[in-house]
Design a protein around this ligand. Structure first.
Ligand SMILES: Cc1cc2nc3c(=O)[nH]c(=O)nc-3n(C[C@H](O)[C@H](O)[C@H](O)COP(=O)(O)O)c2cc1C
Length: 192
């Protein structure tokens, strides 16, 4: 798989097989993320990997899924993520303007995972208090967001943004998630 293929074929997945992911594979994703571009090369991003079932069960309660069609696309009991990576910002290194750094690092994780056949959902709608308390995260770390991981049990499809202009994803009659994306001509303003 080349980078273009990963960048274009990766889709957010919200239904996962219950097969465990080996710790070494998850560590590989973090290893890739640590080499992502970072403003001023400060490298304030730190990570927690969570695979223990007792912990993933609690962290699931801190998540919220597919807001446009909630609750119809919530992972069911046997579809939940089997692992999470929690991207943290070390506030002793940087405590403002870290979203770009986090974005670069997180997308690196999503793509590296995809190459390994592992699906992901980047989650911003999370209860940080539950995550902080469950994982006993020290105060100096800012929980940026959450990455849910697992082998995929659904295959969302890209569609063109419809004539009504809606970018809201939707499920078809067989339950397949369709994700509207703007076409190249709509996003490429000019080539000079
Ligand atoms: C910053 C950010 C936060 C997100 N938060 C959530 C979330 O809380 N819950 C969820 O189900 N999906 C979440 N997503 C996934 C988006 O809904 C998804 O990326 C979008 O619908 C496009 O689908 P695609 O990733 O397959 O291209 C988030 C994505 C990003 C980039």
């Amino acid at each position: 798989m080349n980078v273009y293929e990963a960048a274009t074929k990766r889709r957010t997945v919200r239904k996962f097989k219950q097969d465990r992911i080996q710790a070494d594979i998850l560590k590989k994703f973090v290893d890739a993320a640590r080499l992502s571009p970072q403003g001023a090369n400060l490298q304030a991003l730190k990570y927690i990997i969570v695979t223990e079932k007792t912990l993933t069960d609690i962290i699931f309660t801190a998540t919220s899924w597919a807001g446009y069609i909630r609750p119809t696309h919530n992972p069911q009991e046997n579809e939940r993520p089997v692992a999470y990576i929690v991207p943290l910002v070390d506030s002793e290194i940087k405590n403002t303007n870290y979203d770009n750094d986090a974005g670069a690092a997180i997308q690196t994780i999503l793509l590296t995972a995809y190459e390994e056949g592992i699906a992901s959902c980047w989650l911003g709608a999370i209860n940080k208090e539950i995550i902080k308390n469950t994982l006993e995260i020290p105060d100096k770390y800012i929980i940026h967001s959450l990455i849910a991981l697992g082998y995929p049990a659904e295959s969302p499809e890209v569609v063109k943004v419809g004539e009504d202009g809606s970018i809201k994803y939707y499920k078809d009659e067989s339950g397949v998630l369709h994700v509207p994306k703007r076409c190249l001509d709509d996003v490429l303003i000019m080539v000079k």
